[in-house]
Design a protein around this ligand. Structure first.
Ligand SMILES: Nc1ncnc2c1ncn2[C@@H]1O[C@H](COP(=O)(O)OP(=O)(O)O)[C@@H](O)[C@H]1O
Ligand SMILES: [Mg+2]
Length: 529
């Protein structure tokens, strides 16, 4: 009788552990995992948002996005479904093993004698699945990258008619991922029954030897029943642990990829805010050289002073380093040699966001966020009022157009919203700049993606924007820079000439050559019309 009570007692203990473990498990599944994942996702996204430009150049954006989605999903799956088991199963295993030994150590020894073989076979069997799953993960992340590429490079894809090429690339990768998925299913279909039979073998052995002991009166039937009941907790971990360990391994490697992102170089956040002195050049370059990588200087030995209120034009063939100068002024990159000064202080000593808050940029292609037109303009200034936003749109000459849309300023821009023409997008960028209202304005080929008519109409708004500001204007069409106080002519990263429009035309210069070419081009265009 006391034996029976002992058994009952032990089984109760084990059931208690089991119940606690599933409570634990559900707790992980619910609160802990959710919080941890929220943190993980937020921190990773934040970090990606603050990466330095050189770092973004080095890492594929698709690769970063894939970490943000795939890797976090792997960790999520582990935290929610496996971590509880990994913590609890060994505990149950040990308690149960002790209990079995206490009932009958020789039956225990006999029952688990094939455990090492079992473990070995399970590990062997999980190898192909693990390999296939690893490959599938890799292929899936390639699918992500390709999708990312085709979306962010949509213009290029379209303009070069690469849709079919991209689609082939994409479907090839999807096919590969799917075929691995099918292989996994097939392998599992074959291995699972084998696994089940293997998992049953300790029970069969126990029944045989235990039954023999019962028949001989060496063991009670009740004992045998509780023995087999508890044997479950010893055998199950043996078969499930290798799989759990492999989920642990992939979660660890996913986490380490996420942590690698956390290690990536961020933009600096230190620096000072300096006053806007009027007695020094607004921007000056002192012997500035720069290269993106080891493949040679893109800007070399640049010296330039931009005085307060001055308008500087920069012209030069494409690839001559004009946009790079803009990126240097905005502190996206640091010069490899020399220094840039803003209001007489080294840009390196400025707090980057303070420096940037003094500069408005209107560039060739304006990125609009998938949000309302209102928000897209309001990004120009923190806490802008509705009146300020509308006023900026009026100055940019886009207010009437926005009002004419059915939903006015609330019209959604982007994939599922309105499609705006190049001119309308640029006007939104100009409205943003009006709203930001900075002392420095940089125009990097703001009209180069527009046709001649839209260009002429936008020119007027741009001139209004330039009034009273120190401006650097980069232009492909020389008509845009003709009025500048000084024009800088760049070639292969160097300033090769400086002067006003008329001074430069008098010389037999690259400028005159560019100018003549454009006059001929526009004549030809007029003839074609
Ligand atoms: N992020 C980058 N990484 C490496 N090279 C770059 C990068 N951006 C531009 N370049 C290279 O730097 C040179 C100058 O480019 P850019 O300043 O954009 O010229 P521009 O604006 O005069 O057309 C080009 O050869 C270009 O290929
Ligand atoms: Mg450029």
């Amino acid at each position: 009788m006391s034996g029976l009570l002992d058994n009952l007692y032990m089984i109760l203990v084990i059931m208690a552990v089991h119940t606690t473990s599933s409570l634990f498990h559900n707790y992980f599944k619910g609160r802990f995992a959710e919080y941890a994942l929220f943190d993980l996702r937020e921190r990773t996204a934040k970090h990606i948002g603050k990466l330095s430009m050189p770092c973004i150049d080095k890492h594929h954006s698709g690769e970063l996005i894939s970490s943000l989605t795939n890797d976090i999903m792997v960790v999520q799956n582990f935290l929610q479904n496996n971590l509880g088991n990994i913590l609890v199963e060994p505990m149950l295993f040990i308690i149960s093993l002790f209990y079995l030994c206490s009932i009958s150590w020789n039956l225990t020894l006999f029952s688990v004698s094939i455990a090492p073989i079992l473990m070995f076979l399970v590990i062997k069997m999980s190898k192909p699945i693990e390999r296939l799953t690893g490959e599938q993960q890799e292929f899936l992340s390639e699918v992500n990258t390709t999708a990312q590429d085709s979306i962010s490079g949509l213009d290029v894809v379209k303009s070069f008619n690469l849709e079919n090429t991209m689609e082939e690339k994409f479907s090839y990768r999807v096919d590969r991922a799917v075929s691995r998925g099918l292989e996994i299913a097939l392998t599992q279909a074959i291995l699972n029954p084998i696994g089940t039979i293997m998992g049953m073998s300790p029970f069969i052995l126990t029944f045989l030897y235990g039954g023999y002991l019962v028949i001989n009166g060496a063991f009670s039937f009740g004992n045998l029943i509780s023995f087999i009941q508890v044997l479950n907790y010893v055998v199950n971990p043996l078969t499930s642990f290798p799989r759990l360990l492999s989920t642990l391994r992939s979660a660890v490697s996913a986490l380490s990829r996420i942590f690698e992102i956390w290690e990536l170089e961020l933009e600096r956040e230190d620096g000072n805010v300096f006053p806007r002195r009027e007695d020094v050049p607004v921007i000056s370059f002192k012997d500035v050289s720069f290269s993106y990588n080891t493949s040679g200087e893109v800007v070399s030995g640049l010296n330039l002073e931009v005085k307060n209120g001055e308008t500087i034009g920069i012209v030069g063939p494409s690839g001559s380093g004009k946009s790079t100068i803009v990126k240097l002024i905005l502190g996206f990159y640091n010069p490899t040699k020399g220094d840039i000064y803003l209001y007489g202080e080294r840009l390196m000593d400025w707090k980057l966001d303070s420096a940037r808050s003094l500069i408005s940029l209107v560039s060739q292609d304006t990125y609009l966020f998938p949000e309302s037109i209102y928000n897209n303009i309001a990004f120009g200034k923190k806490n802008a009022t509705r009146d300020e936003v509308i006023n900026a749109s009026r100055l940019a000459g886009i207010h009437e157009f926005i009002e004419s849309l059915p939903q006015g300023y609330d019209t959604f821009v982007g994939e599922r919203g309105v499609r705006l023409s190049g001119g309308e997008r640029q006007r939104i960028a100009i409205a943003r700049a009006f709203l930001k209202d900075t002392p420095i304005l940089i125009l990097d080929e703001p009209t180069s993606s527009l046709d001649a008519d839209s260009e002429k109409r936008i020119q007027e708004s741009l001139e209004k924007l330039m009034a009273g500001r120190t401006t650097i204007v980069i232009a492909h069409r020389l008509s845009t820079v003709m009025m500048s106080d000084r024009i800088i002519v760049m070639n292969q990263g160097k300033i090769i000439d400086v002067g006003t429009h008329s001074e430069l035309l008098e010389r037999d210069s690259l400028y005159r050559q560019l100018y003549m070419n454009q006059i001929n081009e526009s004549k030809q265009e007029d003839v074609r019309r």
